[in-house]
Design a protein around this ligand. Structure first.
Ligand SMILES: [Zn+2]
Length: 355
């Protein structure tokens, strides 16, 4: 077993040095100021005398030029007490970029929130709402928003897209805007070892998916082996044109959805045709029983369903076709599955049910 290091008398500087050391910089005095709700911890930071500042553009060490007034950065709070880092930035003289502010490892540009706090807030913002995150950690909604924005931008810039073999393409309804505006196109990685969201774009058109695939880059697209999608025509077109080399998988959920929609269309048309007759009323009541999976319909509902099937109505035949398709999912051999699909398609074509 690994032996633990001997116990240390602890002050805040020790924790900072342990969890957040910045090469080239040292922590100075730590003070607790104010009282009650104005209470805060201030941590002075100095640059190491021996280390040169680095150009914030090219990151190369450069000779010093002057020192700016002290700046404050919000750091991760301790015991719900706000913590600030205080540091006077140096300006350096870069051969390439002239007189420029030094690169400070805890700072992202002009933001008064340190990188450590941005990461901290962004991670909590995944669990709590942004408003709650701001309230719990005594900061503004704006700070949380900017932290998430920074975190996402950092994540995207450092994201590794190599080795993606399987993606899923889906449309989701988000309800903002009208018609096609109300949909988003999302691309997921669905490899066994890694499932993550890769891309989101407005609308669900061919152009949307084209943009998504462009964003992933031709290297990723040409390396794909499996693409899973629903049966939305614009997607099918783009997938055939650009990812034709990959195996295209249609997802079961959407196929079932289409089968159910077809049954419902037949039922509605038949209801209209039979208007005024008692059968029409019966059909109306059957809606949910028809859409459920046959094996899940039990008791009296099952008797009614069987009565309907015996009645030679078009709805009964449609339901029968939908149920027959369930066998498809049980095949293990592609050959037999293909054979079944041919047989089922023939039956569907001969059924004279347009949907
Ligand atoms: Zn430079």
């Amino acid at each position: 077993m690994k032996k633990e290091p001997p116990a240390t008398r602890l002050n805040i500087k020790t924790i900072l040095n342990r969890v957040q050391p910045f090469p080239g910089f040292v922590y100075g005095s730590v003070h607790l100021l104010g009282s009650a709700c104005t209470q805060r911890i201030e941590v002075k930071v100095r640059s190491r005398a021996s280390s040169q500042g680095r150009c914030s553009n090219c990151r190369k060490p450069c000779p010093g030029y002057d020192t700016l007034p002290e700046r404050r950065w919000k750091f991760v709070p301790l015991w719900a007490i706000p913590v600030f880092l205080l540091y006077a930035e140096r300006r350096v003289e870069c051969g390439e970029h002239g007189v420029i502010v030094e690169q400070v490892p805890w700072s992202a540009g002009k933001s008064p929130v340190s990188i450590a706090l941005m990461i901290f807030l962004a991670q909590w913002a995944r669990r709590l709402s942004w408003r709650e995150t701001a309230r719990v950690f005594q900061t503004s909604w704006e700070s949380v928003y900017r932290s998430v924005q920074w975190f996402v931008a950092w994540g995207l810039a450092h994201r590794v897209l190599a080795g993606i073999q399987a993606i899923g393409i889906d449309e989701i309804f988000w309800g903002r805007g009208r018609k096609s505006e109300a949909f988003l196109t999302v691309i997921y990685q669905i490899d066994g070892h890694c499932r993550r969201l890769l891309w989101v774009g407005r609308k669900r058109t061919q152009a949307t998916l084209q943009r998504g695939l462009d964003a992933l880059g031709s290297e990723v697209v040409s390396g794909l082996k499996y693409v899973c999608s629903d049966m939305w025509k614009p997607y099918l077109n783009v997938i055939a044109a650009r990812i034709g080399h990959a195996l295209h998988v249609l997802d079961r959920f959407h196929i079932t959805l289409h089968l159910n929609q077809a049954v419902d269309q037949v039922r509605r048309a038949e209801s209209t045709r039979l208007k005024g007759k008692p059968l029409a009323k019966r059909l109306k009541k059957m809606r949910w029983k028809l859409l459920r999976k046959g094996s899940r319909v039990r008791g009296r509902a099952k008797l009614k369903l069987e009565g309907l099937l015996a009645s030679k109505l078009a709805t009964g035949r449609a339901w029968d076709l939908k149920e027959a398709f369930q066998h498809f999912w049980k095949y293990r051999s592609p050959l037999w599955a293909g054979g079944f699909l041919d047989y089922w398609t023939q039956r569907a074509m001969r059924s004279r049910l347009e949907p």
